[in-house]
Design a protein around this ligand. Sequence first.
Ligand SMILES: [Zn+2]
Length: 279
Amino acid sequence: MLWKDRYRCAVTLSVDFDAESLWSGTFKLSTPSPLSRGDYDIRAGLPRIHELLDRHELPATFMVPGQVAVEHPDACREIAERGRHEVGYHGFFHESVLEIPIEEERELMQRGIAQLQETFGETPRGNRSPPFALGPNTADLLEEMGFEYDSSLFGHDEPYRPRVPSVGGPPRDFVELPVSWELDDAPYFLFSFFPYMSGMAAPSQVLEIWKAEFEGSYRAGGCFLLVVHPFCIGRHPRIAMLDELIGWIKGFDDVWFAHHLDVAREWRRQQESAGTWDG
Ligand SMILES: [Zn+2]
Protein backbone atom coordinates (compact mmCIF):
# COMPACT_ATOMS: atom_id res chain seq x y z
CA MET A 1 0.00 0.00 0.00
CA LEU A 2 1.03 3.62 -0.46
CA TRP A 3 0.67 5.85 2.58
CA LYS A 4 -1.42 8.95 1.85
CA ASP A 5 -1.53 7.58 -1.73
CA ARG A 6 2.06 8.61 -2.39
CA TYR A 7 4.57 7.46 0.25
CA ARG A 8 6.25 4.09 0.29
CA CYS A 9 7.11 4.00 4.00
CA ALA A 10 5.87 5.71 7.16
CA VAL A 11 8.34 6.81 9.84
CA THR A 12 7.01 7.67 13.28
CA LEU A 13 8.93 8.63 16.41
CA SER A 14 7.91 8.25 20.06
CA VAL A 15 9.51 10.26 22.83
CA ASP A 16 8.61 8.57 26.12
CA PHE A 17 8.84 11.50 28.52
CA ASP A 18 8.95 9.64 31.83
CA ALA A 19 11.09 12.02 33.94
CA GLU A 20 11.12 10.91 37.60
CA SER A 21 8.08 8.64 37.17
CA LEU A 22 10.17 5.86 35.58
CA TRP A 23 12.36 5.70 38.66
CA SER A 24 9.61 6.11 41.25
CA GLY A 25 6.78 4.27 39.44
CA THR A 26 8.59 1.38 37.76
CA PHE A 27 11.87 0.94 39.62
CA LYS A 28 10.40 1.97 43.02
CA LEU A 29 13.38 4.19 43.78
CA SER A 30 12.86 7.41 45.69
CA THR A 31 16.32 8.72 46.65
CA PRO A 32 17.93 11.78 45.05
CA SER A 33 20.39 10.13 42.67
CA PRO A 34 18.02 7.85 40.72
CA LEU A 35 15.39 10.60 40.63
CA SER A 36 18.01 12.97 39.20
CA ARG A 37 18.15 10.72 36.16
CA GLY A 38 14.60 11.92 35.53
CA ASP A 39 15.80 15.47 36.04
CA TYR A 40 18.23 14.83 33.16
CA ASP A 41 15.16 14.63 30.87
CA ILE A 42 14.32 18.23 31.70
CA ARG A 43 17.81 19.75 31.81
CA ALA A 44 19.54 17.98 28.94
CA GLY A 45 17.48 15.34 27.11
CA LEU A 46 14.42 17.28 26.03
CA PRO A 47 16.26 20.45 24.91
CA ARG A 48 18.48 18.32 22.66
CA ILE A 49 15.50 16.39 21.29
CA HIS A 50 13.69 19.65 20.53
CA GLU A 51 16.77 21.05 18.80
CA LEU A 52 16.96 17.94 16.63
CA LEU A 53 13.24 17.71 15.80
CA ASP A 54 12.99 21.46 15.14
CA ARG A 55 15.98 21.43 12.79
CA HIS A 56 14.52 18.50 10.83
CA GLU A 57 10.96 19.89 11.20
CA LEU A 58 9.78 16.48 12.35
CA PRO A 59 6.55 15.64 14.20
CA ALA A 60 6.74 13.23 17.13
CA THR A 61 4.46 11.59 19.66
CA PHE A 62 5.28 12.39 23.27
CA MET A 63 4.06 9.72 25.68
CA VAL A 64 3.52 11.51 28.98
CA PRO A 65 2.41 10.07 32.36
CA GLY A 66 -0.13 12.23 34.23
CA GLN A 67 2.31 12.78 37.08
CA VAL A 68 4.89 14.23 34.68
CA ALA A 69 2.31 16.67 33.32
CA VAL A 70 1.57 17.78 36.89
CA GLU A 71 5.21 18.14 37.92
CA HIS A 72 6.69 19.60 34.73
CA PRO A 73 4.20 22.05 33.19
CA ASP A 74 6.93 24.20 31.63
CA ALA A 75 8.53 21.25 29.82
CA CYS A 76 5.08 20.17 28.62
CA ARG A 77 4.39 23.69 27.36
CA GLU A 78 7.61 23.50 25.34
CA ILE A 79 6.23 20.40 23.62
CA ALA A 80 2.73 21.78 23.06
CA GLU A 81 3.80 25.17 21.76
CA ARG A 82 5.55 23.62 18.77
CA GLY A 83 2.12 22.72 17.43
CA ARG A 84 3.18 19.68 15.42
CA HIS A 85 3.57 17.02 18.10
CA GLU A 86 1.01 14.63 19.55
CA VAL A 87 0.60 13.66 23.21
CA GLY A 88 -0.30 10.11 24.24
CA TYR A 89 -1.39 8.55 27.54
CA HIS A 90 1.37 6.68 29.38
CA GLY A 91 -0.11 5.78 32.77
CA PHE A 92 -0.60 8.22 35.63
CA PHE A 93 2.38 7.27 37.80
CA HIS A 94 4.14 5.19 35.11
CA GLU A 95 2.48 2.35 37.02
CA SER A 96 2.22 -1.25 35.91
CA VAL A 97 -1.38 -2.12 35.00
CA LEU A 98 -0.78 -5.88 34.97
CA GLU A 99 -2.32 -6.61 38.36
CA ILE A 100 -4.51 -3.68 39.36
CA PRO A 101 -8.33 -3.98 39.37
CA ILE A 102 -10.18 -2.49 36.42
CA GLU A 103 -11.83 0.15 38.64
CA GLU A 104 -8.45 1.47 39.74
CA GLU A 105 -7.03 1.40 36.21
CA ARG A 106 -10.12 3.26 34.93
CA GLU A 107 -9.79 5.92 37.60
CA LEU A 108 -6.08 6.44 36.86
CA MET A 109 -6.76 6.62 33.14
CA GLN A 110 -9.55 9.17 33.60
CA ARG A 111 -7.31 11.30 35.82
CA GLY A 112 -4.43 11.01 33.38
CA ILE A 113 -6.56 11.98 30.38
CA ALA A 114 -7.99 14.97 32.28
CA GLN A 115 -4.49 16.05 33.27
CA LEU A 116 -3.16 15.85 29.71
CA GLN A 117 -6.19 17.79 28.49
CA GLU A 118 -5.49 20.50 31.04
CA THR A 119 -1.74 20.64 30.42
CA PHE A 120 -1.63 20.17 26.64
CA GLY A 121 -5.09 21.39 25.62
CA GLU A 122 -5.45 18.12 23.73
CA THR A 123 -7.23 14.81 24.38
CA PRO A 124 -4.87 11.83 24.06
CA ARG A 125 -6.05 9.31 21.45
CA GLY A 126 -3.19 6.85 21.85
CA ASN A 127 -2.01 4.68 24.71
CA ARG A 128 1.28 3.14 25.70
CA SER A 129 1.06 1.09 28.89
CA PRO A 130 4.34 1.26 30.86
CA PRO A 131 6.68 -0.43 30.22
CA PHE A 132 5.28 -1.86 26.96
CA ALA A 133 2.94 -3.96 29.15
CA LEU A 134 -0.77 -3.86 28.31
CA GLY A 135 -2.86 -5.07 31.25
CA PRO A 136 -5.62 -7.69 31.02
CA ASN A 137 -8.30 -4.96 31.23
CA THR A 138 -6.58 -2.17 29.31
CA ALA A 139 -8.02 -2.97 25.87
CA ASP A 140 -11.58 -2.81 27.28
CA LEU A 141 -10.84 0.59 28.84
CA LEU A 142 -9.28 1.94 25.64
CA GLU A 143 -12.46 1.05 23.74
CA GLU A 144 -14.63 2.49 26.51
CA MET A 145 -12.75 5.80 26.35
CA GLY A 146 -12.55 6.06 22.58
CA PHE A 147 -8.83 5.60 22.05
CA GLU A 148 -7.89 5.26 18.38
CA TYR A 149 -4.68 3.31 18.83
CA ASP A 150 -2.54 1.43 21.28
CA SER A 151 1.24 1.09 21.11
CA SER A 152 2.16 -1.51 23.75
CA LEU A 153 2.03 -4.85 21.90
CA PHE A 154 4.58 -6.78 19.86
CA GLY A 155 2.41 -8.81 17.45
CA HIS A 156 3.83 -7.57 14.13
CA ASP A 157 6.26 -5.06 12.72
CA GLU A 158 3.50 -3.21 10.87
CA PRO A 159 0.27 -1.68 12.17
CA TYR A 160 -2.50 -4.22 12.71
CA ARG A 161 -5.91 -4.71 14.24
CA PRO A 162 -5.22 -6.51 17.53
CA ARG A 163 -7.08 -9.28 19.22
CA VAL A 164 -6.84 -9.06 23.00
CA PRO A 165 -6.29 -11.68 24.38
CA SER A 166 -4.33 -12.68 21.31
CA VAL A 167 -5.74 -16.22 21.30
CA GLY A 168 -9.53 -16.32 21.21
CA GLY A 169 -10.00 -12.65 22.02
CA PRO A 170 -12.19 -10.30 20.00
CA PRO A 171 -10.75 -8.01 17.33
CA ARG A 172 -10.48 -4.62 18.98
CA ASP A 173 -11.86 -1.31 17.84
CA PHE A 174 -8.48 0.41 17.68
CA VAL A 175 -5.28 0.17 15.67
CA GLU A 176 -2.16 -1.37 17.17
CA LEU A 177 1.10 0.42 16.35
CA PRO A 178 3.37 -2.32 17.62
CA VAL A 179 6.55 -1.66 19.56
CA SER A 180 9.71 -3.76 19.65
CA TRP A 181 12.69 -3.90 21.96
CA GLU A 182 14.90 -3.67 18.86
CA LEU A 183 13.50 -0.22 18.09
CA ASP A 184 13.58 1.14 21.64
CA ASP A 185 16.67 2.97 22.90
CA ALA A 186 16.28 1.65 26.47
CA PRO A 187 17.61 -1.92 26.01
CA TYR A 188 20.75 -0.49 24.40
CA PHE A 189 21.28 2.58 26.57
CA LEU A 190 19.51 2.21 29.92
CA PHE A 191 21.97 1.28 32.63
CA SER A 192 20.48 0.28 35.98
CA PHE A 193 21.54 -1.79 38.97
CA PHE A 194 17.91 -2.63 39.88
CA PRO A 195 17.23 -4.80 37.98
CA TYR A 196 20.63 -5.03 36.34
CA MET A 197 20.63 -3.61 32.83
CA SER A 198 23.94 -3.06 31.07
CA GLY A 199 22.74 -0.39 28.65
CA MET A 200 26.16 0.63 27.41
CA ALA A 201 25.97 -0.20 23.70
CA ALA A 202 28.05 1.78 21.25
CA PRO A 203 25.89 4.24 19.29
CA SER A 204 27.51 2.97 16.07
CA GLN A 205 26.18 -0.53 16.75
CA VAL A 206 22.67 0.79 17.42
CA LEU A 207 22.81 2.93 14.28
CA GLU A 208 23.65 -0.17 12.26
CA ILE A 209 20.68 -2.07 13.72
CA TRP A 210 18.23 0.80 13.26
CA LYS A 211 19.33 1.44 9.67
CA ALA A 212 18.82 -2.25 8.84
CA GLU A 213 15.38 -2.17 10.49
CA PHE A 214 14.43 0.88 8.43
CA GLU A 215 15.65 -0.76 5.22
CA GLY A 216 13.42 -3.74 5.94
CA SER A 217 10.39 -1.54 6.59
CA TYR A 218 11.12 0.48 3.47
CA ARG A 219 11.40 -2.58 1.26
CA ALA A 220 8.12 -3.91 2.64
CA GLY A 221 6.36 -0.56 2.24
CA GLY A 222 5.69 -0.57 5.94
CA CYS A 223 6.03 1.54 9.04
CA PHE A 224 9.19 2.25 11.03
CA LEU A 225 8.32 3.13 14.65
CA LEU A 226 11.18 4.17 16.93
CA VAL A 227 10.89 4.81 20.69
CA VAL A 228 13.39 7.03 22.51
CA HIS A 229 13.71 8.29 26.08
CA PRO A 230 15.26 11.74 26.69
CA PHE A 231 17.66 10.52 29.38
CA CYS A 232 18.84 7.64 27.17
CA ILE A 233 19.08 9.21 23.72
CA GLY A 234 19.95 12.69 25.01
CA ARG A 235 23.63 12.06 25.68
CA HIS A 236 25.86 13.75 23.11
CA PRO A 237 27.06 10.74 21.10
CA ARG A 238 23.59 9.20 21.03
CA ILE A 239 21.67 12.29 19.91
CA ALA A 240 24.34 12.71 17.22
CA MET A 241 23.63 9.14 16.12
CA LEU A 242 19.87 9.82 15.95
CA ASP A 243 20.60 12.95 13.92
CA GLU A 244 22.63 10.83 11.50
CA LEU A 245 19.84 8.24 11.25
CA ILE A 246 17.19 10.86 10.52
CA GLY A 247 19.38 12.59 7.95
CA TRP A 248 20.01 9.25 6.25
CA ILE A 249 16.29 8.35 6.19
CA LYS A 250 15.48 11.77 4.75
CA GLY A 251 17.65 10.80 1.78
CA PHE A 252 14.80 8.46 0.76
CA ASP A 253 12.37 10.89 -0.81
CA ASP A 254 9.17 8.80 -0.58
CA VAL A 255 9.07 8.55 3.21
CA TRP A 256 6.19 9.97 5.24
CA PHE A 257 7.19 11.38 8.63
CA ALA A 258 4.11 11.57 10.84
CA HIS A 259 3.12 11.25 14.47
CA HIS A 260 1.48 8.07 15.68
CA LEU A 261 -2.14 9.23 15.51
CA ASP A 262 -1.84 10.25 11.85
CA VAL A 263 -0.25 6.88 11.04
CA ALA A 264 -2.98 4.98 12.91
CA ARG A 265 -5.77 6.93 11.20
CA GLU A 266 -4.23 6.54 7.77
CA TRP A 267 -3.73 2.81 8.23
CA ARG A 268 -7.33 2.30 9.40
CA ARG A 269 -8.69 4.46 6.59
CA GLN A 270 -6.91 2.26 4.06
CA GLN A 271 -8.16 -0.94 5.67
CA GLU A 272 -11.74 0.32 5.78
CA SER A 273 -11.70 1.46 2.18
CA ALA A 274 -10.20 -1.88 1.08
CA GLY A 275 -12.80 -3.78 3.15
CA THR A 276 -10.09 -5.47 5.23
CA TRP A 277 -10.74 -3.85 8.62
CA ASP A 278 -13.55 -6.27 9.39
CA GLY A 279 -12.03 -9.12 7.43
ZN1 LIG B 1 7.81 5.09 29.98
